[in-house]
Design a binder for this molecule. Structure first.
Ligand code: BGC
Length: 363
């Protein structure tokens, strides 16, 4: 579930002014709460796993831009909330100045938020969104993320551009029945991005007039290997009928491509020396994230497109917000590629920072 901004006031930052914007948005919230400004501060970062390529790039970026006056300790939870809770208790004993949390179970953050409130410690959640009512519990808690709806809608736009206008000529409608036979690879159940992306991509295609037959929906938990295995099982009965693979993220899209290739798809059927949609066995696969390996697969003609989940700007939002909260000076200059950061209030104070997705397609 996404924190619905509802009727709360919104403000949009210019590209270069992210840090100043954050200071302005948060001024009322934190200035009074900071006891000692300046000096060196410590942040403890909690990650749901160490084997998610998207999260790995995100954390690397946080570390890269944090600044020498903000020391960062990392804890990886091996996808277990129990482990993450223990790590948080352990970290509490070392008393970092701020917690940056990528939860394992985003729906179970109530006790943690209560605990941090008790300790008067600020917390920024990112990528896996706690329930709004849990976040409201503690005024020094925030969420940095990207709107899942937008990624589903942009993914649908990429797919629409591949298939052309409904009813028109569609070479990728391989059986020519005027419908698209699709397979969906879903991320982890209950993750806001898995649920909302799936709903929005299918809804948006239907709204544009595409008739979609969902041959199968497989949960592969964001993971390339799981997607490889699940697609292999599907391909053994459905290859030849699959006209589209919709994946909730790039890692699973890459697993699917590898698997379909092993099953005989993505061959250079027309012998032009390259892999492209002109080859009869080519199947459009659409991902989300824009990680490096996915961009390479777009270049090489395999992956049809992806939607950039702008982890650089999200990391910038996390770090800028953390620095504001801790009374550290703003980062010297926002990165030139940084996108807009939108601040949205919770009941009474700025709670959410949102970053836009952008589409990435084959040229
Ligand atoms: C990303 C996935 C990632 C997940 C982890 C999503 O926003 O698209 O690639 O596995 O977050 O929480």
């Amino acid at each position: 579930m996404n924190g619905n901004p509802g009727t709360f006031p919104r403000r949009r930052a210019s590209l270069a002014a992210a840090a100043a914007f954050l200071t302005a948005v948060l001024a009322g919230v934190w200035l009074g709460a900071v006891s000692c400004a300046g000096g060196e501060k410590r942040a403890a970062v909690f990650l749901y796993t160490d084997s998610d390529p998207f999260i790995a790039s995100y954390v690397e970026e946080i570390l890269r831009i944090a600044g020498s006056d903000l020391k960062i300790e990392r804890y990886y939870a091996r996808n277990s909330q129990t482990i993450q809770n223990e790590q948080i208790e352990e970290a509490l004993a070392r008393r970092p100045d701020i917690f940056l949390v990528n939860p394992v179970d985003r729906l179970g953050m109530y006790p943690l938020i209560g605990r941090l409130k008790e300790e008067n410690l600020p917390v920024i959640f990112f990528n896996r969104e706690p329930l709004p009512r849990d976040l409201e519990l503690w005024e020094r808690s925030w969420y940095v993320g990207a709107r899942a709806e937008q990624s589903g809608q942009l993914q649908a736009a990429i797919i629409a551009s591949l298939f052309g206008k409904p009813g028109g000529p569609a070479p990728l409608d391989r059986n020519g029945d005027g419908r698209i036979q699709a397979v969906i690879l879903k991320g982890e159940q209950g993750h806001q991005d898995a649920e909302i992306r799936t709903e929005q991509v299918t809804k948006s295609l239907a709204a544009e007039g595409y008739a979609l037959d969902i041959l199968a929906t497989e949960v592969a938990n964001w993971n390339e290997e799981q997607a490889y295995r699940k697609t292999a099982a599907l391909a053994s009965r459905l290859l030849g009928r699959i006209e589209l693979v919709i994946s909730n993220n790039d890692a699973m899209a890459l697993g699917a491509i590898r698997s379909l290739k092993d099953a005989g798809a993505f061959a250079d059927d027309n012998g032009d020396g390259r892999i492209s949609s002109l080859d009869k066995s080519w199947i459009p696969v659409a991902g989300i994230d824009g990680i490096k390996d996915a961009r390479d697969m777009i270049e090489r003609g395999y992956l049809a497109g992806t939607v950039y989940n702008d982890y650089r700007t999200q990391a910038l939002a996390v770090v800028s917000l953390a620095r504001s909260v801790l009374g550290l000076p703003p980062l010297p200059a926002a990165s030139p590629e940084a996108g807009p950061i939108e601040g949205v209030a919770g009941s009474g104070s700025a709670k959410y920072l949102w970053v836009d997705y952008t589409p990435v397609r084959q040229q």
